[in-house]
Design a protein around this ligand. Structure first.
Ligand code: BES
Ligand code: ZN
Ligand code: ZN
Length: 496
């Protein structure tokens, strides 16, 4: 999608499809030169302004052939999510109408009480995310789609604020497309090697990329990570992306689980829905997506400057003669010994080495990991809410606040000493499960990880529910959601 923001006009712009947002109280009142067209539309009795209601007219009083009103409801009910969804609906209507370019015209009035910067961001996100489709490998190439271009004109004194918000939203949304593509790709195509090749493309503009190969992982004694990869012919990769802006103040690490396929290993999963385990790399898609966003300029104008290190532990979990077995004991790179009670609890094993290594190597002030870690988080919180837990309530609060702002909700789960005790092992330091009698499988996953971050402020986001399978909502139609790219961008932009 090509998309641009243009300066305010005194008269209604001419377009194939002119889109304005309609409020319950009024439609297009603050837009100059639209009065007659609004009067015409009203006269038909068909103008609707309820949230998500669309009304299309062919007015004679303006030069645009079509005028589409997208309802926002009452002005006081407008929030960023409504703007995002309204923009997505406009894009989809443009696609159905087979227009090349839609022209969205709005003023601060239609932003309600949403800060103009956030409004610009939400509208860019809606236009772009609504246009997303996975383009599967098919014999017949998918046809070029209509409605892929948009021009947005903001009428009002805050146009430059709107524009900068729009640029952030555009960068984050394009990066979310990238994350969705990685998630949706088949596991034989999106391998650890493929993830590494995609990561390499992020190099430049302050970002350096390094791929640690199997021999490097052996040298670093990452037996927890290597143990998971043992059953697969796919070579494991530890992907490191390092964004160093000049005069950076501190370092944050963002670590992703990158299981390009999780069969369960010897503790093999049931066949039903096993195909969905290609999504088990969505934590790493969020990390790679964050760097795509950084490359697109998403941190331009951020409050503070921080070095951001992304670490992705990518491998496959497969059953094989060489695969690790239940009862095996492995030693992570920090010396912690781990009893593997279930080879399907593999995400925490790869993250153990990735987290321990990241914390030791980069000494970050904050570390966040993202993982499709547990089925239990889907039971606890469903597909709309990411579970978050960790060692630092301040950091967790920052992430929750960022997620709230971009409508990717997070909910904190407790992680206390009692939970950490539950993963102690009789045959090693810790086990990769708690006992079934303890319950709380998602917390147990977090408790396990807590052993590898030392005193560093750390938060763990369990995105097993939110990375795919959520309800459709105008700017998301199913498949990989690309969750957390926007949250991470917004969190980093706000970091002091
Ligand atoms: N990748 C799965 C978690 C998962 C399950 C994500 C279902 C999305 C949907 C993870 O590696 C896993 O298998 N976890 C086990 C842990 C258990 C063995 C303690 C689980 O959740 O069942
Ligand atoms: Zn698993
Ligand atoms: Zn997994």
């Amino acid at each position: 999608m090509k998309i641009r923001v243009t300066a305010a006009q005194k008269t209604a712009p001419r377009a194939e499809l002119l889109v304005v947002f309609a409020l319950d109280e009024s439609a297009g009142r603050a837009l100059p030169g639209l009065e007659d067209a609004v009067r015409e539309a009203k006269a038909t009795g068909d103008l609707r302004a309820g949230f998500r209601q669309l009304s299309l007219f062919h007015p004679t009083s303006i030069s645009s052939k079509r005028l589409l009103f997208v309802g926002l409801g009452k002005r006081r009910d407008i929030d960023a999510e409504r703007l995002r969804r309204a923009a997505a609906l406009a894009q989809q209507r443009a696609e159905e109408l087979e227009v090349r370019e839609l022209r969205l015209w709005l003023s601060d009035r239609e932003c309600g009480n949403v800060p103009i910067e956030a409004a610009g961001r939400a509208i860019a996100e809606g236009l772009l995310l609504g246009a997303y489709r996975y383009d599967p490998p098919r014999r017949e190439k998918s046809k070029a789609r209509h409605g892929q271009n948009a021009q947005v004109t903001f009428h009002g004194k805050d146009a430059s604020t709107f524009k900068s918000g729009f640029a952030t939203g555009e960068a984050a949304a394009k990066a979310t497309h990238f994350a969705r593509d990685l998630g949706n790709m088949a596991a034989n195509l999106c391998t650890p090697t493929y993830l590494a090749s995609q990561a390499r493309k992020m190099a430049g503009a302050g970002v350096s990329v390094r791929i640690l190969e199997r021999k490097d992982l052996e040298r670093l004694k990452m037996q927890a990570f290597l143990g998971v990869a043992r059953g697969s012919v796919q070579a494991p990769k530890l992907i490191v992306l390092d964004y160093r802006p000049p005069n950076a103040k501190g370092t944050v690490c963002v670590v992703g689980k990158g299981l390009t396929f999780d069969s369960g290993g010897i503790s093999i999963k049931p066949s039903a829905k096993m195909d969905e385990m290609r999504y088990d790399m969505c934590g790493s898609a969020a990390v790679l997506g964050l760097f795509a966003a950084i490359k697109n300029g998403a941190l331009r104008g951020a409050r503070g400057k921080h070095r951001v290190v992304g670490v992705v532990a990518a491998c496959e979990n497969m059953p094989d003669a060489a695969a690790q077995k239940p009862g095996d004991v492995v030693t992570a790179c920090d010396g912690t010994t781990i009893e593997i009670l279930n080879t399907d609890a593999e995400g925490r094993l790869v993250l153990a080495d990735a987290l321990a290594w990241a914390v030791k190597t980069y000494k970050p002030s904050k570390v966040v990991d993202l993982a499709t870690l547990t089925g239990a988080v889907v039971v606890a919180l469903g597909h709309e809410v990411t579970g978050v837990m960790g060692s630092d309530d301040g950091l967790i609060a920052e992430l929750i606040a960022a997620g709230k702002d971009v409508d990717e909700p997070l909910w904190q789960l407790p992680l206390w000493d009692v939970h950490k005790d539950q993963v102690k092992s009789k045959f090693a330091d810790i086990a990769n499960l708690n006992s079934a009698a303890h319950g709380g499988g998602s917390i147990a996953g977090g408790a396990f990880l807590s052993y590898f971050v030392g005193p560093t402020a750390w938060a763990h986001m369990d995105i097993a529910g939110t990375a795919w399978g959520g309800r459709a909502k105008d700017y998301y139609r199913g498949g990989a959601s690309g969750v957390a790219v926007r949250t991470l961008v917004h969190w980093l932009r706000g970091l002091r």
